[in-house]
Design a protein around this ligand. Structure first.
Ligand code: NI
Length: 239
């Protein structure tokens, strides 16, 4: 070995020795195993609404994760909230661009509604939703086929908060607690001001009952859904 090479090797060895230890990554949150602990997924449809910022503040303060089924037209007008949702660890779903009933729409309309929303979210936050919740939770075989083309399962809900009809902080809280169950998926709306107003109190109560507030993907992990599958299975669907 020439002296030049051996000294180069020596330098290399020193470099390896002196190479800084990898910086400690920010402490990662322990992944929650929803088969082992009590989980619940709060989902917010039709947004981002004008209250999304307040809702995100509350979720952050109380260390709760949620899933937002976004409407493309509002993603376009309020992209800053979508960016925050991703940065703060929430999950995004596609809830169409302008909220038509997919079971009364033709295939081209459905595809365009989904694609435009995927594009708007990508533009706002650099990611694409991987879950579809059709408007009104209405889906049929055609919707399922199109969801499959987009590689997305259809996510409905196990129970509703009825927030859009009661618009009352106490009623929303009472209803949500009455239907809360392990691995439940709860339908809420961030455009209902009372939902956002009562969120801190609701989160505290759910946590006191032992719930971890997680994303939809966390609670459906064990379902092994395929693109086009719907969960929970709608009435009249073959499972
Ligand atoms: Ni909706």
């Amino acid at each position: 070995m020439s002296r030049q090479i051996s000294s180069l090797l020596a330098i290399a060895a020193v470099c390896v020795t002196l190479a800084p230890a990898p910086a400690f990554a920010a402490p990662k949150e322990e992944p929650v195993d929803c088969e082992q602990v009590k989980c619940i997924a709060l989902t917010f449809d039709d947004g981002p609404s004008k209250y999304a910022g307040t809702l995100l503040d509350t979720l952050k303060k109380h260390d709760a994760k949620a899933t937002f089924f976004l409407e493309g037209q509002y993603v376009k007008s309020r992209p800053q909230y979508v960016k925050r949702m991703v940065a703060e660890g929430h999950e995004l779903g596609n809830h169409s661009y302008s909220h038509p009933d997919f079971t009364k729409s033709d295939a081209a309309t459905i595809k365009s509604e989904i694609q435009k929303t995927q594009d708007a979210v990508k533009k706002a936050a650099g990611v694409e939703p991987r879950l579809l919740r059709p408007p009104y939770g209405l889906a049929d075989l055609q919707v399922s086929d199109i969801a499959a083309e987009f590689g997305m399962p259809i996510i409905l809900w196990t129970a509703g908060s009825k927030d859009w009809s009661t618009k009352d902080v106490d009623a929303i809280q009472k209803q949500t607690l009455a239907v809360a169950e392990p691995n439940g998926i709860i339908l809420m709306h961030d455009w209902v001001k009372q939902t956002v107003d009562g969120m801190a109190s609701l989160i505290k109560t759910l946590k006191n009952k032992g719930y971890h507030l997680v994303t939809v993907s966390d609670v459906i992990k064990s379902q092994e859904l395929k693109p086009g599958d719907a969960f929970p299975t709608p009435e009249g669907w073959e499972s």
